[in-house]
Design a protein around this ligand. Structure first.
Ligand code: SF4
Length: 409
């Protein structure tokens, strides 16, 4: 990726037509990454480090500094902050005071939409009722709990620091603390997991009545212990047929209980879709701060089709960089038409409603079929199906989504 100087960033402007005087126009998401964890789960490839103590004060100062830097950039200055997402790592390790500080910094330097969605990722092993109440009182209004499974043995195999009881308690406590929007993350297709065991996890999740459930299939990411154990034969991945049966069962059970399957791995009660993630899948701009965080602008960039940036990943080096420069951008990628348009398509295809051809034309001034004739052959192979507004993944395409997306890269 190419380096861009800070001065270059400051000169890029948003097209005037996109600037809105009211929320809903020129909306922006803020992603704030907190990389510290109590232990490293062996399947995890997120930018996270296991620590016994963490430099909360210093890290929050750096995040505040970065937020101020981006608020001062012409590209983002006039945006309305529509969503804020504290992800990690384990952000719930930080004290409620830290979130209060960060949120008031955001309030001071950006325009925040009155209906802002503020999500915090929390590990069930790090929160009790008192802490959840204090977190709720900071203005955080959506809690995403990394439950993964309700099965003791699965949790141990995944290296989680909590057991099923803590997970159930955390969900009940979140509701008691006043969170009306709670997500549960679950993982399926674990080695040796049966369809019946996965159904038990789903039924238990449903009995707790969260507003949102994310169900991810286990993947073996390079660089993780799970990846090496699989290579060494220490872990036997689940066969594809069972994995497909699990995916189908998830959809059937959750839809049967009124959840909308609105993205490949995400289900929500109506009006509880995750607005922050919808922003990613709609190619809306977001500013990412924190170690290893990414940001995206559909405006600016040396080719005029927007750009992406990535921060320094190491928390220690991140702190030094922010101190020196006010930001920690380690690389910037300037998007070409093909990259920006391809990304727009495959992100939209993640959503159940699929790709809107009119939105594509409005953004790129080109018809989708002209820019990507491959659409026709994906329809012919029954991987995509037409909708009233464009195309979406077919049921077969959902299971082969990665190969479909590769056609647009
Ligand atoms: S708690 Fe989450 S971020 Fe931390 S190591 Fe485990 S999966 Fe990764």
């Amino acid at each position: 990726m190419k380096q861009a100087s800070s001065a270059e960033f400051l000169t890029w402007q948003r097209p005037q037509t996109r600037i809105g005087a009211t929320p809903g126009h020129g909306d922006l998401g803020l992603y704030i990454h907190i990389p510290y964890c109590v232990a490293k789960c062996p399947y995890c490839d997120f930018n996270s480090v296991a620590v016994s103590s963490w430099p909360e004060e210093e890290y929050v100062l750096a995040l505040e500094r970065e937020l101020q830097t981006y608020a001062g950039m012409g590209l983002f200055a006039d945006c309305w902050v529509n969503t804020i997402y504290f992800g990690g790592g384990t952000p719930s390790l930080f004290s409620p005071v830290a979130f209060e500080r960060m949120l008031s910094t955001i309030d001071r330097c950006w325009r925040v939409a009155p209906s802002v969605e503020i999500t915090l990722e929390a590990n069930p092993g790090t929160v009790d009722l008192l802490k959840l109440k204090a977190l709720r009182s900071t203005g955080i209004n959506r809690l995403s709990l990394g439950v993964q499974s309700f099965d003791e043995e699965n949790l141990r195999a995944l290296g989680r620091i909590h057991g099923p009881r803590e997970a159930i308690e955390a969900i009940a406590n979140a509701l008691r603390a006043g969170f009306k929007n709670v997500n549960i993350d679950l993982i399926y297709a674990l080695p040796g997991q049966t369809l019946e065991a996965w159904e038990r996890d789903l039924q238990r999740a449903l009995s707790l009545k969260p507003t949102h459930i994310s169900a991810y299939n286990l993947t073996y990411e390079e660089g993780t212990p799970f990846h090496s154990w699989r290579k060494l034969g220490r872990l036997q991945p689940l066969d594809e047929d069972t994995e497909l049966a699990m995916f189908t069962l998830t959809e059937k059970l959750l839809e049967g209980q009124g959840y909308c399957h609105y993205e490949i791995s995400n289900y929500a009660q109506p009006s509880f879709f995750c607005r922050h993630n919808l922003g990613y899948w709609s190619s809306e701009p977001y500013v990412g701060v924190g170690a290893g965080a990414h940001g995206y602008s559909p405006w600016g960039g040396s080719q005029g089709w927007g750009f992406r940036w990535a921060n320094e990943r190491s928390p220690k080096r991140y702190l030094v960089r922010v101190q020196q420069n006010g930001h920690a951008r380690a690389s910037v990628e300037h998007l070409s038409f093909e990259q920006a348009a391809g990304e727009f398509i495959f992100l939209a295809l993640r959503r159940a409603e699929g790709l809107d051809a009119t939105r594509f034309f409005a953004r790129f001034q080109k018809k989708v079929e002209q820019a990507f004739p491959v659409i026709g052959s994906l329809v012919a192979q029954s991987l995509l199906e037409p909708t009233e507004h464009g195309w979406r993944l077919s049921p077969r395409g959902i299971f082969l989504a990665d190969s479909v997306f590769a056609e647009f890269l």
